[in-house]
Design a binder for this molecule. Structure first.
Ligand SMILES: [Fe+2]
Length: 385
């Protein structure tokens, strides 16, 4: 949950008259979560956000699962998915379960012809390659390679790319994202031992306030369906808002690594958590400095979760070969660790330039049909010499 923020004009007292220069009222909207019992924001619109002109038929976009029960280490070559012009069509589901859908996307064009709202899930868009502007009801956020864009449910958005070669790793979560609890004090502040702080969180800064009537197409997603809607007023018509429910960016390059004399466990890399999975960031860092330390990780069995690693950049010392955009999936119950000779090779090294994003899910992940099309099918045998 990001911290309290205010943007644009709001009345001094909530739920009171807030008038335009012509004397008419702005339209107040409470955007709230968990049955009005958790994080919320209050927005003030030029027009009521209720002006529906058309509500279209639901379209099924449920990911096609090819492997329901998986207990095999797998790897997928993420950059082998095809680029697509349309943003929503470009999102290819690869690993899914009841809590989360993981997509790879290579959109080549900006999303400008319609607006998108995920009404049933929060989205984390990790920008591997690309730069541009996330335009939302709450204002705009400039983004670059390395940004995690956290877009809470209910946010209407468009994405403008300044680039045509874009690569995104998207984690759609039915549970809200929050900072790890152990990094938050009783007042909600990020603690000194956290690897990032409030200054690293970039909320919306540029509020677009359109005063425009017409036909505005908003594609709304809820679980496995999308619903085409047409609204009579521009979705970006907010004059001001405040609260704790809003999109923000956090760059992986602003994550300050926690290191030690001997190998540090994966939680030191954590960036976000939900009740059903965690997200971690592996970033360039100095290696362990005990005189007998082994920088490569030990073999490990994370017996409670499936582990997904998305490789972004640098040389991964624990792997024989790894490509940018590659995903590895190590399911619970199957130990994994460094590839042959990687342990000896790591000794004496002083640092790493590796960058990766990790998602550990507490429920088993299923493999989609599209994922099988980009799979390195011998990966599970890759520890044999
Ligand atoms: Fe692992």
């Amino acid at each position: 949950m990001p911290h309290y923020k205010k943007l644009g004009s709001i009345p001094p007292k909530r739920h009171t008259q807030f008038r335009k220069t012509d004397g008419s009222l702005y339209s107040e909207q409470l955007v709230s979560t968990a049955g009005f019992s958790d994080v919320y924001s209050l927005m003030y619109h030029n027009y009521p956000p209720t002006l529906v002109k058309q509500a279209g038929e639901a379209i099924n976009v449920q990911p096609e699962v090819a492997i329901e029960q998986n207990l095999q280490c797998r790897s997928f070559l993420g950059f082998n998915i095809s680029p697509k012009e349309d943003y929503l069509e470009s999102r290819v589901p690869v690993l899914v379960n009841q809590d989360v859908n993981i997509y790879l996307a290579a959109p080549t064009k900006s999303l400008t012809e319609y607006f998108f709202k995920n009404s049933g899930a929060d989205e984390m868009i990790f920008v591997h390659f690309g730069e541009g502007k996330l335009r939302t009801t709450y204002g705009n956020i400039n983004f670059h390679s390395g940004d995690h864009l956290i877009i809470p449910r209910g946010t209407i958005y468009q994405i403008e790319f300044n680039t045509s070669e874009n690569r995104l790793f998207i984690v759609e979560s039915y549970l809200p994202y929050r900072y790890p609890k152990r990094y938050i004090n009783n007042m909600g502040q990020l603690l000194e031992h956290a690897p990032f702080c409030e200054r690293d969180i970039r909320g919306p800064e540029e509020l677009e306030t359109h005063d425009e009537k017409g036909d505005f197409k908003v594609i709304i997603k809820r679980k496995d369906y999308i619903f085409p809607y047409v609204y009579a007023s521009h979705p970006f018509d907010v004059i001001g808002w405040d609260g704790n429910h809003y999109p923000y960016a956090f760059s992986i390059h602003d994550f300050e690594p926690i290191t030690g004399r001997v190998h540090q466990p994966p939680p030191v890399h954590q960036t976000f958590e939900t009740d059903k999975f965690v997200v971690c960031a592996f970033v360039p860092r100095l290696y362990d400095y005990h005189k007998l330390s082994i920088p490569a990780p030990y073999n490990h069995s994370n017996v409670d979760s499936d582990e997904v690693l998305y490789y972004v950049d640098g040389d991964f010392m624990s792997r024989k070969s790894v490509e940018k955009g590659q995903i590895t999936l190590h399911p619970l119950g199957i130990p994994h660790g460094p590839h042959p000779r990687a342990v000896e090779k790591s000794i004496g090294k002083t640092g790493t330039d590796e960058i990766a994003v990790m998602v550990d899910t507490f429920n088993p992940l299923k493999i989609t049909k599209q994922a099988l099309g980009i799979e390195d099918t011998n990966y599970h045998l890759s520890w044999l010499d």
